[in-house]
Design a protein around this ligand. Sequence first.
Ligand SMILES: *Cc1c(COP(=O)(O)O)cnc(C)c1O
Length: 485
Amino acid sequence: MEKGRAGLDPQNWDELRALGHRMLDDAFDYLEHARDRPVWQKMPEELRAELARPLPQAPENPDRAYEDFRRLVLPYATGNTHPRFMGWVHGGGTPIGMLAEMLAGALNANLGGRDHAPIEVERQVIRWAAEMLGLPRESSGILVTGTSIANLIGLLVARAATLGAASRRIGMGGTRLTAYASAAAHSCIPQALDIAGIGSGQLRLIPCDERGRLDISALEAAIAEDRETGNQPFFVVGTAGTVDIGAVDDLAGLSALCKREGLWFHVDGAFGAMLALSKKLRPLIAGIEEADSVAFDFHKWAQVPYDAGCILVRDAVRHRAAFAQSAAYLRRDSRGLAGGHPWPCDFGPDLSRGFRALKVWLTIKVFGAERLGAVVETSCALAAQLAARIAAEPELELLAPVALNIVCFRYAGSRADAGWDLDALNTAIVADLQESGIAAPSTTVIGGRLAIRAALVNHRTEEGDIAALIESVLRIGRARSMEAA
Ligand SMILES: *Cc1c(COP(=O)(O)O)cnc(C)c1O
């Protein structure tokens, strides 16, 4: 080994610095010209094969490694930076978020605990989140990968609060804890019950009304029945923005019911919680401020780069009681680096944690709640426009009411064409759109019918993109039905 070369810093800092500047310029170009690429393209098999090569033993020149990134990765990403990515519910990211990722990499901070500024940044983000949603300033919270894990944490806090902290040691005994969510709740809710050992069979999926919102009288009946049959109701999930159609449950009504029944009220606000950023739309999620816990994402509608989810818990003492532990090497002190108690690792299952908070903090500082709220309003306005275009177009059919930013519709052709397999036709239309690189909506099933689902989340999406989507669906739908005829 060369003398003094045991470490991994570059021998020639200037060379690596030059490469770094080139990377940064390329990354800016990538975002500045997001619109000029295909939304998505499939990675060719021969390139995929290159990623199956064995563990490299010898060092490789960083310039060459970067060339591989440019060749193998860059052109074949998900596509959610593109204004016509409308699939699932994906945020678009921002240049400032990208820069924050780079700065966080430089600090390489571990936010599991100890006394340092990065943790203060996360604490500020959590206080901002509580302020945004109207929860008390003393609420606790942490940033996590996403709403799936945030929902799980909310559930675990409720479980410990219901059964007492001793349950963390002795388990749940024979209790039959029972949870409730609407039939339109996200699939991570039953999964959370599964992971928590309560069992997804202990989740009651309550029917929805015609607008996709949980039917509260049906919930009341289910709770009463469970109490009679020896189950122990404890946890109610309200959804602010269902993943299929963007419906918002009656959160105030659910909160009142939970207070009456002594149940934990959790809100899955994965993207809908961001309605709080808009004065105009905030009333849609009225009641969220009453929740015992709220899970949501900054990486969806708030455009923070992946990943950035958040769990907020109204009662910090109960939150900590569900996770804090005492390992000797994690001892807290009143002085020195081991100060700063309580630590973020006391509020969730992760010990080592990255500096996710920096990209959230910089995004919020740079845009302010106002500009982020304006993006949310624009997405909803574009969705309303899309719905109006669909209503005016005889060959298209709207399949669900549009409450927020999600539009479900299908190509149905003209009446004379009845008898086609519209599910197959619309599946093909979506795949054609994605593979052509023109636009990337996704699909879902509404009332047994396959729907083209456009979730408008990206801050880069404009009116022209809505028009392009409609025109392409009509063009492909007509061409495909001519073929079939
Ligand atoms: C996206 C979403 C989730 C899951 O969030 P992740 O960040 O993907 O883990 C949960 N609930 C709803 C309503 C969602 O839209």
